[in-house]
Design a protein around this ligand. Structure first.
Ligand SMILES: [Zn+2]
Length: 83
């Protein structure tokens, strides 16, 4: 079980997107293959997690990470269907 950093709900990892920090930016890791500390979030919870600065906290980042790659990924996934 993993906890979504947006809504704090505990759920199966398959329901969540793993995000890791790469050079100050948050990047999606849908296959769970990237090394390093990961944050887990529902696609629909990305915005609220960002507002709460939950990504910076979960990824132990000094500053809120860039979110463009994660936002693009989420927009594509939402267009296709549920995660
Ligand atoms: Zn959530």
């Amino acid at each position: 079980m993993r906890t979504c950093i947006g809504c704090r709900e505990r759920t199966a990892p398959a329901d969540l997107l793993r995000v890791v920090l790469r050079g100050g930016d948050a990047v999606p890791d849908p296959t769970g293959s990237l090394a390093g500390r990961g944050a887990w979030v529902h696609l629909g919870c990305i915005e609220v997690a960002e507002r709460r600065k939950a990504f910076a906290r979960a990824l132990r980042a000094a500053a809120p990470p860039g979110m463009s790659a994660v936002r693009e990924y989420a927009a594509r996934r939402v267009a296709v269907g549920p995660a």
